[in-house]
Design a protein around this ligand. Structure first.
Ligand SMILES: [Zn+2]
Length: 334
């Protein structure tokens, strides 16, 4: 699937209902003549005529990566296993759905789009994670993007039988952050200045950055608490720097869904510093990305931030850092 227009981050690209929904995990039958998947394939073959003619043909046109044994049920089942997208339904949430178009998105370990199912509307929404230009291929990730390269590769090989050759698995040039990073947390593997490409070193550095991104939110909680204590050793800018650097690294690794918390911290930190402009700037970005958060929760968050952007002083962190510094000055010196 290829973009035919400019798409902004957070924009809805497509909404569609599934053709079929099946349990994500099944009890494989050990004594079926066609092996463990045989019983499952029979159930699929029996149920298939329930679909309309058009749906059957759209379904059968989807890619199948699994070995074929020749029966119809085997192919139907292979298509379900190749194209199924996580479709959380009911109490168990453990379902997979096959979608006419969204299931056709190719994989990237740093995808520019994500799909999320909304149980209220029974529909899957494909939305952009970063700006997408006309002519650019729209990709989603079939595996966890925070996992190291070797683990992603092994999972893709096992489930979808291909070797991923995306930019994150097979870097073709030395990676560069879009600007110099200043906060010490992000420094270790991020300031590579070598001109020659060393693929193994690039993958190592990319894996390292991925693990830093995954772990940084617990670090962020500690930094926030320290920054707001009267005895804080951080400067006003230290906390902002940590989160601004995080956004650079997240973009570099194509893990844009991790942006939300950092932008929220930047907005709250601006409030704590009584910086109205900064608060509005970050708050408005959060509002534009609010659909990244699931259904009702996203709508409620969007309303809350809209109210706060109207009246920054109503936000819970307003003036907290200023107050903490005032308290620090009042601590009597021995
Ligand atoms: Zn990859």
């Amino acid at each position: 699937m290829v973009a035919n227009r400019d798409i902004k981050p957070g924009e809805t690209i497509l909404i569609e209902r599934p053709i079929t929904i099946h349990p994500a995990a099944i009890m494989a039958s050990v004594d079926h003549p066609r092996g463990p998947w045989g019983a499952f394939e029979d159930i699929y073959e029996d149920g298939f005529p329930v679909l309309g003619e058009t749906e059957r043909s759209v379904y059968m046109d989807l890619w199948n990566c699994k070995p074929l044994s020749g029966t119809l049920g085997n192919k139907i089942c292979g298509i379900a296993r190749t194209n199924g997208l996580h479709t959380p339904l009911g109490r168990s949430k453990d379902f997979s759905g096959v979608y006419p178009t969204i299931s056709r998105c190719n994989h990237s370990c740093g995808p520019n789009a994500s799909a999320r199912f909304d149980e209220e509307t029974m529909a899957m929404r494909l939305f952009s994670r970063r700006p997408i230009a006309p002519g650019e291929q729209i990709t989603t990730s079939y595996v966890g993007t925070a996992n190291p390269c070797a683990i992603r590769q092994a999972e893709l090989k096992m489930k979808y039988l291909f070797n991923c050759e995306c930019n994150f698995c097979k870097p073709s040039k030395p990676s560069r952050s879009s600007r110099l990073l200043r906060h010490p947390y992000w420094n270790a593997a991020n300031q590579l200045t070598r001109q020659n490409l060393d693929v193994a070193a690039e993958i190592y550095a990319s894996d390292y950055r991925g693990s830093q991104i995954s772990l940084c939110l617990s670090h962020a909680r500690d930094l926030w608490a320290e920054w707001l204590s009267p005895s804080s050793k951080q400067s006003d800018g230290d906390l902002l720097q940590f989160h601004e650097d995080a956004l650079v690294i997240i973009a570099q690794e194509g893990m844009e869904l991790m942006r939300i918390s950092h932008i929220a911290y930047l907005a709250h930190a601006s409030a704590a510093l009584e910086d109205e402009d900064g608060f509005r700037r970050w708050g408005n970005i959060l509002i534009s990305l609010s659909e990244w958060t699931k259904g009702r929760e996203g709508i409620d968050q969007k309303r809350t931030w809209q109210d706060w952007v109207q009246d920054p002083m109503a936000s819970p962190a307003w003036g907290l850092r200023i107050k903490a510094k005032g308290n620090a000055q009042n601590i009597p010196r021995a």
